[in-house]
Write a protein that binds this ligand. Structure first.
Ligand code: B12
Length: 269
């Protein structure tokens, strides 16, 4: 168990400005924390038999850009974060390879395009479950992982390594408040709170809606992560009250809605 190697790894991540990093030993996949759990062929030790630990990193999705979704602004943010996730996990795996520990990055998504997902909306490895097992957060009713720092507004990347790194503890506190905002606002009616915490949304409905947005150059959707009240990022951006997203009687948020509509009406197919 290399505490020294983990320290060096965390320092490397710090210099790369990666805010969230966690380590999950592979045997955690063998002890399902809830049911149904991920089928065995999706476990890291099945995908890469030499794996002993999974290192997971998380990068934030900046709330003011997400608020404009569906929009070119959020789409570009999503693409930027995706590129960084792949580059960082690739570089960290090489950092470990250079020190004699076979390691390999896993692409942050792992599908060709939305047409592939319409056939089968599943990838060969689940980053949100890896992030959960690496102690970075807990599942929300919205089917994604919530973190203290950014709620669900965070994307994850993982790498498999043969190094036996010290594990991070799982989070004890359940972060989801079950406010059901994500259930109510989902434009595809794909979220059912009865699935919680197994994390099974109506994948076909969610993917079909994403395909509609993709045709207009406006995917992904992301509304279910926009409205989540969890996350310290809401304080930074002065967005503590997620009811600002609906337009009601006497609403004081007209200025925000006008700015979001402006962005939404440009750059689309
Ligand atoms: C496919 C996919 C989609 C599809 C389908 C989504 C869906 N509802 O399932 C589309 C394109 C529509 C989509 C949408 C979104 N996605 Co997406 N998506 C993925 C992707 C590429 C693969 C997920 C996967 O297949 N994992 C593998 C399978 C095995 O895992 P699983 O489905 O999670 O596992 C469960 C099931 O298999 C089930 N199960 C197993 N056996 C059985 C048996 C039975 C009978 C049953 C009923 C169930 C069951 O139990 C498992 C455990 O709960 C991941 C990236 C990745 N590779 O992890 C991102 C990912 C999950 N998406 C992400 C995000 C952010 C989103 C969106 C918010 C869009 C956005 N970017 O703004 C929405 C949210 C949708 C939602 N609320 O679920 C993030 C989540 C980050 C987080 N904080 O958790 C991920 C991890 C991408 C990343 N690298 O960060 N997504």
């Amino acid at each position: 168990m290399s505490a020294e190697l983990k320290r060096a790894l965390l320092e490397r991540c710090r210099t790369m400005e990666i805010p969230l990093v966690g380590v999950a030993p592979i045997d955690r996949w063998e002890e399902p924390p809830f049911e149904p759990w991920i089928p065995e062929e999706f476990w890291p030790q099945a995908v890469y038999p030499e794996a002993r630990s999974v290192v997971v990193i998380g990068l934030p999705i900046t709330l003011p850009a997400l608020e404009t979704t569906p929009s070119i602004w959020y789409r570009e943010l999503y693409r930027t974060v995706n590129i960084l996730l792949d580059q960082y996990t690739y570089r960290i795996s090489n950092f470990l390879n250079d020190r004699g520990f076979p390691s390999v990055f896993v692409p942050r998504d792992g599908y060709a395009d939305v047409q592939a997902l319409l056939k089968n909306p599943v990838a060969f490895f689940s980053h949100r479950h890896a992030a959960y097992l690496a102690g970075l957060g807990t599942f929300g009713v919205n089917n994604v992982l919530l973190t203290k720092e950014y709620g669900p507004r965070v994307r994850f990347g993982s790498l498999f390594t043969a190094a036996e790194l010290p594990a991070d503890p799982l989070l004890d506190d359940d972060l989801c408040t079950r406010c059901m905002r994500c259930v109510q606002i989902c434009p595809a009616q794909a979220i059912d709170d009865r699935d919680y915490p197994a994390g099974i949304t109506n994948r076909s409905a969610c993917t079909a809606y994403s395909a509609v947005l993709a045709k207009r150059g406006l995917s992904p959707c992301g509304v279910c992560i926009k409205v989540c009240p969890v996350g310290e990022d809401r304080k930074l951006f002065d967005r503590m009250d997620p009811s600002i997203y609906s337009r009601g009687e006497g609403a004081t948020n007209e200025e925000l809605h006008r700015s979001w509509e402006h962005v939404r009406s440009y750059g689309r197919k």
